[in-house]
Design a protein around this ligand. Structure first.
Ligand SMILES: C[S@@+](CC[C@H](N)C(=O)[O-])C[C@H]1O[C@@H](n2cnc3c(N)ncnc32)[C@H](O)[C@@H]1O
Length: 230
């Protein structure tokens, strides 16, 4: 089976042999891939909707993995008992939805060794939530698929210090690493915020306008500095 580049990158971040919970599994392809490749042996795959879980069930049966993957219907982390899963994945949803899922069941989250998050939007909200709730960002990856650049965040237990506002936006580990997609990623973020700014041009939401104006300036500075030094 073939995973998309986004899911493949996510798969590499799952610690080997850990018990995985894939929350919002949809098709179930991530746990299926990880078990088929011998990366892990056991997973719980959940979804809040019956349709996607049925699709996951069909796929799990097709690959003969009914003994390895347990399917559960339910909202967010409520399908898990604390300590049941060592690695928790919440991927392919908006940042606010991910934050809601994490906030609703902190007791479960506190027992996980790794939390892998892949917000489709508002990654800064997710990073801020992790910081405010005593989690540290261990690794971050970027992956490009078609015209999108996706952010993947791997977090663990323990407070870290993030002393610059812009790091919530661009990711502290991405900032340190400055990998192959870094400049393209900053340019991409800049375009997204400039588009939002253009839409807000005549709006009375002065607080938002000021926040985006500051972000745009900081992203421009980063882009210029890193372009000059690369
Ligand atoms: C766009 S799919 C992402 C699937 C997969 N995780 C991925 O990254 O490709 C989002 C899935 O999350 C499920 N979902 C949304 N909110 C959820 C929640 N609160 N708890 C569990 N699943 C949820 C949806 O039903 C949907 O199947």
């Amino acid at each position: 089976m073939k995973l998309s580049p986004r899911l493949l990158k996510l798969a590499y971040l799952v610690p080997r042999n850990s018990i995985l919970a894939d929350i919002g599994t949809d098709h179930g392809l991530l746990p299926i891939y990880l078990i088929c490749t011998g990366h892990i042996q056991r997973a719980i795959a959940s979804d809040v909707k019956e349709g996607p879980l049925e699709q996951a069930k069909d796929n799990v049966e097709r690959f003969g993995l009914t003994d390895n993957i347990e399917l559960r219907l339910g909202n967010g982390l409520s399908v898990l008992e604390p300590s049941e899963a060592e690695t928790i994945v919440v991927a392919g949803m908006g940042g606010q939805m991910i934050v809601d899922i994490l906030s609703n069941d902190l007791a479960v989250l506190r027992k996980a060794r790794r939390v892998l998050l892949q917000p489709m939007t508002d990654a800064s909200l997710v990073r801020r939530w992790l910081y405010d709730n005593g989690f540290s960002i261990r690794e971050e990856e970027l992956v490009k698929e078609k015209h999108f650049i996706y952010e993947i965040i791997s977090a663990g237990q323990g407070q870290e210090s993030i002393d610059r506002e812009i790091l919530f936006e661009v990711g502290p580990r991405l900032f340190e690493k400055k990998g192959a997609l870094w400049l393209e990623f900053i340019g991409y973020k800049l375009r997204v915020y400039e588009t939002i700014m253009a839409e807000l041009k005549n709006s009375s939401e002065t607080e938002r306008v000021t926040r985006y104006a500051v972000l745009i300036e900081e992203l421009k500075e980063l882009l210029e500095y890193d372009r000059d030094s690369s």
